[in-house]
Write a protein that binds this ligand. Structure first.
Ligand SMILES: O=C(O)CCC(=O)C(=O)O
Ligand SMILES: [Fe+2]
Length: 408
């Protein structure tokens, strides 16, 4: 199998990775100078703020409303971890709080630079797109995130012969290493190697499918997986509350399938403008919790154009999959996204995918539908396994996938 991570460096882009002009990223990222990139935006950042743990009902309701509000506009938001606890009220004040929060962490030189920079940004980009919210405490320790990210990076850096036993395009395998993508059947390859693995529930049997090398891989994946799985359940309860559903609405079969993970590795690319790291797609499951590290590369389609999300160190990016869109009858949309490459540094993203059970019956929740008004059910009922098949057949294309499930 041809793996990008087997080469020490790439001097040029081989033809088979060059997309036709209308599909290219057409961006010349170098991984660092994002501040100059007018297209880079910071996603709404939602503060979990001990929401689930504090016992403060008002606070929890506010956080739940923020998540739904951010999710409704973008289909994406992110959360951030810190020990600081900030008081805040309305969305409109988040810009200021974000400033306060950042200043605490910066040294003096940077301090004045930041004031200048932030004023500049606020004046020029009063767009809603900028910074909406600040997040504190998503409950997954920084050491847990960094620990697994380091172990995964070590895995990709192993010699080709040590990775060879894991290489496979067989999608039934619980742990496999591959390159490009299995969805796009065209000739052109994506600038990406990836691990696709089952990560939760962590059982002894599952552990044995994970690689013993590097030695840190298994224990760190187990800790990361448990923590992110818990976080996802917390988020789902908040989403449910924000929508006016019972808090355990998504618990059970809707989120009870085997949790999967994509560990995406995009090596530096000599000419990012010609390539793509990952095809435009919507996630097929319920919820994605993504650690994108500190290298930019994730883009989402917003109002007809691709926008690049600035990484916020320590934050998770959260987005909704097709199942969330269907269950909420379109209230929370699954937004198309893709990954672009950069010329300077390798980028790694770790996506944890919360899946329904295969036999779970899915359709718009009755609470989200009102046949008497202008909000009738927009999707028919189906079994999740049926959706998985349709997704493969439609090569992940958003409209093609949804076509056979929509009620017109
Ligand atoms: O690399 C990224 O930031 C995006 C990854 C992604 O969308 C996925 O794994 O589904
Ligand atoms: Fe995705």
């Amino acid at each position: 199998m041809e793996l990008l991570s087997n080469a020490l460096a790439h001097a040029s882009v081989p033809d088979r990775y060059v997309f036709p002009p209308d599909k290219r990223a057409a961006l010349q990222l170098d991984g660092q100078s994002l501040d100059d990139d007018a297209d880079g935006v910071t996603l709404p950042v939602v503060d979990l703020h001990h929401a689930a743990l504090s016992g403060d009902d008002g606070l929890r309701r506010r956080v739940a409303a923020e998540i739904v509000r951010a999710g409704k506009e973008f289909g994406f938001f992110q959360e951030y971890w810190s020990d600081d606890i900030l008081e805040y009220n309305e969305f409109d004040r988040f810009k200021i709080l974000n400033l306060v929060f950042r200043l605490k962490e910066l040294n003096f030189l940077f301090f004045f630079g930041s004031i200048f920079f932030l004023c500049f940004r606020i004046i020029i980009k009063t767009l809603d797109l900028l910074i909406r919210a600040q997040v504190v405490n998503h409950g997954v320790g920084e050491d847990v995130v960094k620990g697994f990210r380091d172990a995964a990076a070590e895995f990709f850096a192993m010699p080709a012969e040590e990775k060879l036993p894991y290489c496979s395009d067989d999608q039934r395998k619980p742990f496999r290493l591959a390159s490009s993508t299995s969805y796009d059947k065209s000739e052109t390859r994506y600038w990406r190697d990836y691990l696709k693995l089952q990560c939760h529930p962590v059982t002894d049997a599952l552990l044995r499918h994970w690689p013993p090398e590097p030695p840190t891989f298994r224990p760190r994946l187990a800790s990361f997986s448990e923590a992110v799985h818990d976080l996802a359940q917390t988020l789902l309860a908040l989403v449910a509350e924000g929508l006016g559903l019972v808090p355990d609405f998504f618990a059970g079969d809707l989120s009870g399938g085997e949790t999967q993970m994509n560990v995406n590795y995009y090596p530096p690319c000599p000419d990012p403008s010609l390539t793509l790291g990952l095809l435009p797609h919507c996630d097929r499951h319920l919820l994605t919790v993504l650690s994108q590290g500190d290298v930019a590369g994730l883009q989402a389609r917003h109002q007809g154009r691709w926008i690049l999300f600035r990484p916020v160190p320590g934050a998770f990016v959260v987005n909704f999959g097709h199942q969330m869109e269907i269950v909420t009858n379109g209230a929370l949309a699954s937004v198309e996204h893709r990954a672009v490459t950069n010329s300077a540094v390798a980028r790694m993203s770790v996506a944890t995918l919360i899946m329904p059970k295969n036999e779970c019956r899915i359709g718009p929740a009755p609470e989200m539908v009102d046949e008497a008004t202008d909000n009738p059910a927009r999707f028919r009922e189906f079994m999740f396994s049926e959706f998985m098949e349709a997704y493969d057949t439609a090569a992940a294309s958003r409209e093609d996938v949804l076509e056979s499930f929509r009620i017109n």
